[in-house]
Design a protein around this ligand. Sequence first.
Ligand SMILES: Nc1ncnc2c1ncn2[C@@H]1O[C@H](COP(=O)(O)OP(=O)(O)O)[C@@H](O)[C@H]1O
Ligand SMILES: [Mg+2]
Length: 368
Amino acid sequence: MARLHIDAVSKTYGTEFAVREVSLDIADGEFLVLLGPSGCGKSTLLRMIAGLEQPSAGRIRLDGTDITDSAPQSRNLAMVFQSYALYPHLTVAENIGFPLRARRQPRARIAARVTEVARTLELSALLGRRPAALSGGQRQRVALARAMVRDPGAFLMDEPLSNLDAKLRSATRAELVALHRRLGATFLYVTHDQVEAMTMATRIALLDAGRVQQVGTPEELYDRPRTAFVAGFLGAPPMNLFPAVVSSRDGGLRVLSEGVDLALDITADSGEDTAVLAGIRPEHLRPDRTAGAVRGLVRMVENLGSEELVHLDCGSNTLCARLPRPAGLRVGDTAAFGVDPDHLHLFHPESGLRLTWREQSTPLRRIS
Ligand SMILES: Nc1ncnc2c1ncn2[C@@H]1O[C@H](COP(=O)(O)OP(=O)(O)O)[C@@H](O)[C@H]1O
Ligand SMILES: [Mg+2]
């Protein structure tokens, strides 16, 4: 059992905040991914939970017990690093058994436990080898096995897949999800890779500049990003974000920008024009000659095999559409697209906070 409660934790180096008042509740058995760009404070947060760094402020609780000041080895947590940190002169079996030997466990118990964990991670045939004789994926599994051997309540992992090639990374993602399901343990996993987060997480906590931007399921973050930062971070190619104006015309609201004239499916009393940051995902631009809510000049077409990315110039906005191949568009063509209002995102132009226009008496309101 491992329930983690992170309460207003900050870490400063000099006058700089690496982590800023982060509060997070991680339920027992969750696969929580800490996601964010390089330097946003993910590793620092994980290291504070592991006890390798001391927070400047805030408390950390494990199953209700305050562990903020307790030693790393007394926390029922295991850490897996990007570098694996295996001992080169020890065999796989000795590496896996190391945490138990350091705790002076009886030899027979260590041997039994190493055999058991090696079987779980399909390392049984490799127990006599040294790390130099293993592939990257095998080393990564040994590092995991060494973390598992103590049967910790939670696994803390810092970019454990980033040294693997693309094919192995994708296979290992699936293995980690299966392992999580089998162990039922709490996983706290750090990555800057949105694909890892989207495919493995039960919930994602997206960080930017030391702060939590949004916490939720992958679907929640992708479908209803709380800020423009979240909207732009998740998705490849990223969401099209462009400045626009919401204006009331003929009893309805329209979103207007260069090359964009999109009717919102509500009626509203006339109010003043509102400046917004509008967002449309590339897959939500659908070819539509009649509606033509978005019109632009095709600047480039990228062939992805099954799909095409069509890059459009709409005045000073550049938008990208993701279409089934062949889309039948060529450089220099004028292209027109429709957008379902359900797939339109609006954000406050300064704060970046999501705006809503449905079920509101006032046309646009900030969601807190
Ligand atoms: N020991 C340290 N001394 C000074 N600054 C640090 C130290 N560790 C991390 N930082 C700074 O804190 C910020 C967050 O770093 P880190 O947690 O490693 O980010 P991430 O893991 O998300 O890439 C960065 O700006 C980094 O330069
Ligand atoms: Mg890091």
